[in-house]
Each structure stands twice: as structure tokens, then as C-alpha cells.
Design a protein around this ligand. Sequence first.
Ligand SMILES: NC(=O)c1ccc[n+]([C@@H]2O[C@H](COP(=O)([O-])OP(=O)(O)OC[C@H]3O[C@@H](n4cnc5c(N)ncnc54)[C@H](O)[C@@H]3O)[C@@H](O)[C@H]2O)c1
Length: 439
Amino acid sequence: MESTPRIASREGRLGVLLPGLGAVATTVLAGVEAVRQGLAQPFGSLSQMNTIRLGKRTDERSPLIRELVPLAELPQLVFGAWDPIAADAYDSAVDAGVLDRHRHLDPIRDYLKSVVPMPAVFDTAYVKRLDGPNKKRADDKMALAEALREDIRRFKVENDCDRLAMIWCGSTEIFLRAGPAHATPEAFEDALRASDPAIAPSMIYAYAAIMEGIPYANGAPNLSGDLPALEELARRRGVPIAGKDFKTGQTLMKTILAPGLKARMLGVSGWFSTNILGNRDGAVLDDPESFKTKEESKLGVLDYILQPSMYPDLYGDIFHKVRINYYPPRGDDKEGWDNLDIFGWMGYPMQIKVDFLCRDSILAAPIVLDLALFLDLASRAGLSGIQEWLSFYFKSPQCPEGLYPEHDLFIQHWKLKNTLRWLAGEDQITHLGREYYAE
Ligand SMILES: NC(=O)c1ccc[n+]([C@@H]2O[C@H](COP(=O)([O-])OP(=O)(O)OC[C@H]3O[C@@H](n4cnc5c(N)ncnc54)[C@H](O)[C@@H]3O)[C@@H](O)[C@H]2O)c1
């Protein structure tokens, strides 16, 4: 196996830059500050709460992940953001309506008020259902990238940061396919200079981050860093990247249930998923072009987990449908229904109904925190390019060309932990367990 890399010190401040200061981003900021002040617990975060078994079951060695690998600690984090809507993090959090204003926002009001978004690279051609005045203006897209790079450098100096990480928490952009402008770093830079419409704002942020040597993750389903040009650039510049689309809500449930059904060789003839949600994200996804981006991201999951080409009798004929309906009265409190038509022994049909009354941003916030800390670790360990071990956090995990993405939550979890064991110089866990029965 590849030797364990040396990991640079975690000392100093880690700046976490978030393009998009909406529901998810403000829930992350408020939660991290509340935990720092001892007002809340970081439920849902592996980096803060999960243990990791080392050695044999009889060894009884299960430290916390953050005791095994040198992750940055919460007091070291400094947050920055960009958003075309000029509201500070307090006003934006009140508007998002995820957290209770009196119980959870007012006690940390001063802190949230202090996070004011920088002017965004934003274009309504790519996100049609919202707009705001807090935008950068420049002659071409390369100049916009330069302006972002300047923001990054200024933020680092003004906040006395030793290093940075960037996580896209901006809106879902319209559906775009990777094309010639995205094929190589050189073609991408030409396209930036020519302000090619194939270059969406989220790609400009990803480019700026990679050029500044900052790890980048994409929490939305739009392409952003998921392009051959930017993957190659990240490798060349030694920058870790990951994406895309935070795995929360319905897809999280799907990637928990589907591996279980497949493990038992139970067939699936239909899987109908529908949602109602009423937040700003729901309004953006009400635009058919943004919904298409999301739909592609949600639909791929079952095919990869169930492998219909390998099991045509069980999964060759699935009817899979995903719907998202914008329904303002629910705000951020989404409701997702799933109807599964499954079959077992001799083809006898059965049904499973799931009604998940979930809170999207509550599920997404710990993902953002974990990604910032793990990507920072990856960067200090000298890892670069796609970090597939972070697939656990994504609906559409990025992987190299020619390889299929791993969607099964349990395999992803195992992969994440084995990577942490490898980084810490510990043995991999295979679960073979012959040693417990040795004569
Ligand atoms: N909440 C979840 O569970 C979840 C899960 C998966 C993916 N996502 C994705 O995460 C993203 C954020 O979700 P949210 O609920 O916070 O949405 P939101 O609408 O509350 O916030 C998004 C913010 O991004 C801003 N924005 C849009 N384009 C921008 C740009 N070019 N630069 C800077 N800011 C920009 C918007 O003004 C808005 O304030 C969405 O794309 C969503 O699809 C969320």
C-alpha cells in the first residue's frame, strides 16, 4: 500500500469561504458558533462526534476521529461568504427560517451580524429565480475570477488565516453539459477570457479557489468543479477537490434503503419519490432548468447501487421518478414521500412507504463543517485532485473518468474511515475476523 503521508501542523486559523450565504450556510455558521459557546451540540457531524475502531475488536481502541487525525478545531475557524443578496448572516438566517430566532439566533446575533457577504460573481442567466445588487462587475469572466482571487487573498490577510477551504453553498444553476470549453485548463482559461456562456459562476469560484491553492467542494448539483479542466488543474496545483450535491433528505434515505434491499436480493419494480419544500432553494428549483440539474443528480443513485445490468431480473425494469414541488407554506421543513414497489420469493409484490419530515439545512450543515475540516486535512497531507473518500457526503460523487461512482452509503462510510486509518498509519479493517477463532 502507498506509504502514509506526512501531515502538516493544524496550528493557526482556518478560513472557511462559502459562496452563497443562504439557508445552509447560515445554519453552519450559527451552529459552529453555538457549539463554540457551549450552547449546542454538533449532532450529525462525523468530524466532531464519530469514533473510529482501530485494530482488533478485542483491542478496545475506538478514539474519536478528531483524536486520531489532526483536524482543525472549531475555535480555529473563521467564516467568509459571497452572495448577490447583501443581507448579513443574521438577517439571512432570520429570512431562511431554519433556526428559531429567539432561542438560537439572538444569543449569537453580534457574531452573525459580523459576517457580511462580499460582492458575488452572479448572473441571472444561470440562476433565474433570484437576483440581488451585491454583484461584481468586470469586463470578462477572467477578470471576475481575478476579483475573486483578490477577495480570497484579502480575506486571508485581514483575518490572519494560515490556510483556507471553500465550499459552494450557492443556488443550483441551470443544467449544463461539460463541453470543449471544459476539456483542459488551457481551453477553460481561453473560455474565461472570451466570457464563453459555457462558463457558469460556480465554475469561476472553483477556478479561483484552485488557482489560490485552496481545497474546494461543491454542495450543489451544478457542474462547478466537476470538469476535466478543473480536475486536471487541481492535480497540477496540488489541490484537493470534492463534489457534488450534499447528500441529505430523500437521497440519503435512498442510499440507506437501496443497499439493504440489494443485500437481500429483493427486487424493485418502482420507486416514486416526491417532495414539497418552500425555501429559497425550492423557489430556485421551481425553474425547470435548475430542476433538471437536480433531477440528473438524484436519478443516477439507484442505477449505480442496484446495478440493473448485473441483476436484470431484479432491477432491469425499475420505474424511477423524482419530483420536487415548490410549496411556500412549508419553508425549510421539507416533506419527502417515497413509494417503493418491491418483490421477493417467487415474485410476490410488497410495498414500502417512507414519509420523511426532514429539515434540509439541519442535515446539510454538519456536512459543510466536515468537508471543510477533512479537505483541510487532505490539503495538509499533500493529497490532490478528486477526494473520492469524501463521496459519503454527496449525491453525485465525483470520480475519475472510466470509474463508476460509489453511491452505497455504507461502502462510502467504510472508505472514509479506512482513508482516515491510512492517514494515521493504522491497519485497515477488513471485518474478516478469522483471528478471533484461531485454535
Ligand atoms: N439543504 C440541503 O439539504 C441541500 C442538499 C443538497 C444540496 N443543496 C444545495 O445547496 C445550495 C444551498 O442551499 P440553500 O438551501 O442554502 O439555498 P438558499 O437559496 O437558501 O441559499 C443559496 C444562496 O446562494 C446565493 N447565490 C446564488 N448564486 C450565487 C453566486 N453565484 N455567488 C454567491 N452566492 C450565490 C443566493 O443568493 C442564496 O442566498 C443549493 O444549491 C442547494 O440545492 C442543499
